[in-house]
Design a protein around this ligand. Structure first.
Ligand SMILES: [Fe+2]
Length: 166
């Protein structure tokens, strides 16, 4: 496997875990705020991001390429309302999308077809991820300061089932 691709995939593994930890932090924030449904939604998102990282790890293993288990940090953030966390999540997803596109371009240039096939799933997944987060951010904006509507949305998000893939 091309060493530049191995390095870039290891960087993406770190980015996926970092996204996961960011969502885990959001989940804890939302739980403390009193919104268990949104907290649950973010925790599912955490699981999903770990699934993305694990799938990349498995692919490197299959091809006998070295895997670096990253030390995971997530960026500092400030928030006041739940809406801020979903807006931050959307911005983060947009950064992940461009990182996936950069990685795919590298794999195209270097003719790594197997990695391209795997990454097409990620490209597709990012479209859904961005859409979901954006939709919730928009719905939160519509709720404004109406507590009843906020709790209704929270109850709906509590029913998200696990979609993590590994
Ligand atoms: Fe991801």
């Amino acid at each position: 496997m091309n060493p530049y691709i191995i390095e870039a995939v290891n960087r993406q593994i770190k980015a996926e875990f970092e996204a996961g930890f960011l969502y885990l932090a959001f989940s804890v924030n939302l739980h403390a705020y009193g919104l268990p449904g949104m907290s649950h939604w973010m925790r599912e998102q955490y699981r999903e991001e770990c699934g993305h990282a694990l799938r990349l790890i498995s692919h490197l293993e299959l091809r006998n390429a070295p895997v670096q288990i990253p030390s995971v940090n997530h960026p500092e953030y400030k928030w006041e309302r739940p809406q801020d966390l979903f807006t931050l999540a959307l911005e983060h997803e947009q950064r992940i999308t461009s990182a996936i596109h950069d990685l795919l371009e590298l794999c195209m240039r270097e003719k790594d077809y197997a990695m391209q096939v795997l990454l097409f799933d990620y490209v597709k997944e990012q479209v859904e991820e961005e859409h979901q987060v954006e939709e919730i951010a928009r719905q939160l904006m519509l709720c404004g300061s109406n507590v009843e509507e906020l709790l209704g949305l929270d109850a709906r998000l509590a029913s998200r089932s696990s979609t993590a893939w590994e």
